[in-house]
Design a protein around this ligand. Structure first.
Ligand code: 8YV
Length: 318
């Protein structure tokens, strides 16, 4: 008999779902109408041995509790802040994610956002389309990146990939994370110190309670009126209210945000500003990365049910 699995989230292509159907008794929760889903949770959830979910949908304690036979949770994505890691670990449930395969594309996107923000690329595009080529051109206070300091908050795989790219731009690198990292001489003593030393700050840190609103008013203000902040991490990392206030009053130069606290909602105060670039959580959205993420997420389940160790298990911090 095929193992029963539940698939959460809307990122799965028909092709991937068809492949899952071949191997598993596959329940696609996101594609079920609410009544059918409720019925499924009542009558069939008990048989589910694996969950395939996304980094943003995750699986919280309440949902996990509805699956008593759960053995493995395979996450499509690198970030695990929406996954109840402690609760799953306590039940001996294996968690896997999809690191590495998205690193370069997310890092590229972070650099793209930085350039878009400091060179005002979206605004310039709008000017050209609106026929304002001549009269608006002198108004744009673009700044150079060469020779400036880039501060990276979270110097893991993605942070280091961003750093490598910014070094090639002639920027000087600094970073901050709580744990010791590579190149210790580059590590600031605190996030505030990092912001004080940096012209641009790129957030690449994991989300979750430990980093919630780490980019608060003091840290953001320390970047100064010419400073730029980029967030490709999680919306929760930035205090969006403080950010909007600083951007609106010129105490922070510019921002570029791919992630938000209440996705897909974007705070109105940010929408009203033209010194912020906004994108809809698409750092890993390339054909190549998304295909590799889906394949790895499925391969982790195939390995598990084939009696092999999962390919990319998450080490529980405890
Ligand atoms: C995904 C992400 O878009 O990897 C992550 O942590 O945020 C993104 O790559 C998201 O997790 C959907 O699966």
């Amino acid at each position: 008999m095929k193992p029963a699995i539940a698939v959460l989230g809307a990122v799965w292509s028909d092709e991937v779902l068809a492949r899952l159907d071949e191997q598993f008794n596959c329940h696609k929760l996101a594609r079920m109408p609410a009544a059918q889903r409720a019925r499924f949770m009542e009558t069939d959830a008990g048989a589910v041995r694996a969950i395939l979910t996304t980094g943003t949908v995750g699986i919280d304690a309440a949902l996990a509790a509805a699956f008593p036979a759960l053995e493995i949770v395979s996450v499509h994505g690198a970030g695990l802040d929406a996954v109840d890691l402690d609760g799953l670990a306590a039940r001996g449930i294996v968690v896997t994610n999809t690191p590495d395969v998205l690193t370069d594309d997310v890092a590229d996107f972070a650099v793209g956002l930085l350039l878009a923000a400091v060179r005002r690329i979206p605004l310039l595009d709008q000017y050209v389309r609106a026929g304002h080529w001549v009269e608006k051109r002198p108004l744009l206070p673009a700044r150079s990146l060469t020779g400036k300091v880039a501060g990276i908050y979270g110097y893991g795989r993605i942070g280091q990939a961003v750093g490598m790219r910014l070094r090639a731009f002639g920027m000087h690198l600094r970073y901050y994370q709580r744990s010791a990292g590579p190149e210790p001489a580059m590590r600031a003593a605190s996030l505030l110190e990092l912001a004080q030393q940096s012209d641009v700050l790129v957030a690449c840190t994991p989300g979750g309670a430990q980093t919630r609103h780490a980019l608060d008013a003091a840290v953001l203000a320390a970047l100064g009126p010419q400073g730029t902040v980029v967030n490709i991490a999680r919306g929760s990392v930035v205090d969006a209210r403080a950010l909007a206030e600083l951007l609106a009053t010129g105490r922070l130069g510019a921002a570029a945000l791919d992630v938000f606290e209440e996705e897909p909602d974007v705070p109105a105060a940010l929408l009203a500003l033209d010194n912020v670039v906004l994108t809809p959580h698409v750092g890993s959205f390339t054909v190549e990365a998304r295909r590799a993420m889906a394949e790895l997420a499925v391969a982790n389940l195939s390995a598990w049910f084939g009696g092999k160790p999962p390919l990319t298990p998450v080490a529980h911090p405890a």
